[in-house]
Design a protein around this ligand. Structure first.
Ligand code: G4P
Length: 289
């Protein structure tokens, strides 16, 4: 479930998050590998208040492997510890407690020096709606934990879940709002289904997807819609006509016609967006470092 975020929601979410983070040792930030930049909340750094962070690129099965590799390297160059996971199948999830344990080494050493016995590594999963936070918590817990809505105001009694012998995880994730300002980010979020359908213009999203595929994923595009002689984009105003002709081609192939033989652009758009989301176009990343 996604909701619209208003300034009041955001301020409240931020306050709640800063409070929660006081109790934890490591922030686990979750992003969608198809849109690693657009699915990050810009305030994560500030909210984390200097606590060590583990960046998890989730949904790797849905993203382009080569692009994921580039993103991982880029994030690592920024000094982040990055792991790749598929929370749905559990791929990469088993290594999370060890990664978290490494990130708490300095804190443990400090405590031991002062004669204290360090407690388990306390972690919290944080991210915008729909990146897979609940799926990952369930994976790590090995059971289904009740999901709370994507509402900053909705709370439930939080509990610590033991994960392996070194880690304890808060069973409620930190929910952050997505970025809104940049229209490109909005398109990325809409294309992957991270924002509510009623708020979207399918034609705009479909155009964005076609443009991305014409530039980066020509083969899957041609294959899915049996298109011969795919056009090239020139980066000029003419691109718009090229894209509309492509739309027409796909519409005809898919029988999206209205009376009088006109193309039903709404239907074509919906087909393209649904094909992307359901992976019928293959694992495609929508942005690059
Ligand atoms: P959230 O708590 O961050 O809001 O996200 P949530 O776990 O609800 O996950 C959102 C959707 O993403 C779910 O699909 C979930 O199954 C899917 N998902 C999570 N991680 C992965 C992953 O690594 N790979 C793939 N392919 N999908 C992932 P849904 O269709 O909304 O729900 P459902 O049909 O799975 O119940």
């Amino acid at each position: 479930m996604t909701i619209q975020w208003y300034p009041g929601h955001m301020a409240k979410a931020k306050r709640q998050m800063i409070e929660k983070i006081k109790q934890i040792d490591v922030v686990i930030e979750l992003v969608d590998s198809r849109i690693p930049s657009s699915s990050r909340n810009p305030l994560v750094e500030e909210i984390s208040s200097g606590k060590p962070r583990l960046l998890l690129m989730n949904k790797i099965d849905m993203a382009d492997r080569q692009a994921t590799k580039q993103w991982k390297e880029d994030f690592e160059d920024q000094g982040l510890t990055v792991h790749l996971v598929n929370s749905q199948t559990g791929q990469g999830v088993a290594t999370i407690p060890d990664a978290v344990h490494k990130l708490t080494a300095a804190r443990r050493k400090k405590l031991e020096k002062r004669g204290f016995r360090p407690h388990a590594d306390r972690a919290l999963i944080l991210g915008i709606p729909n990146v897979g936070k609940s799926t990952l918590i369930n994976r790590l817990a090995g059971k289904k934990i009740a999901k709370i809505g994507d509402r900053p105001g909705v709370t439930k009694a939080q509990q610590w879940i033991k994960v392996g012998s070194t880690m304890e995880l808060l069973d409620t994730p930190g929910i952050l709002w997505p970025k809104f300002e940049d229209p490109r980010v909005g398109l990325c979020l809409a294309a992957t289904g991270a924002i509510k359908e009623e708020l979207l213009d399918f034609q705009e999203i479909a155009l964005f997807l076609l443009k991305t595929m014409l530039t980066h994923y020509r083969e899957p595009l041609a294959e899915r819609y049996t298109l011969e002689d795919l056009p090239e984009l020139a980066g000029t105003e003419e691109d718009q006509d090229v894209l509309i002709r492509l739309f027409d081609d796909i519409g005809r192939k898919r029988g999206c016609l209205m009376s009088g033989g006109y193309i039903d652009y709404d239907r074509v758009s919906e087909i393209i967006v649904r094909d992307y989301r359901s992976q019928k176009l293959g694992p495609l990343t929508l942005e690059w470092p």
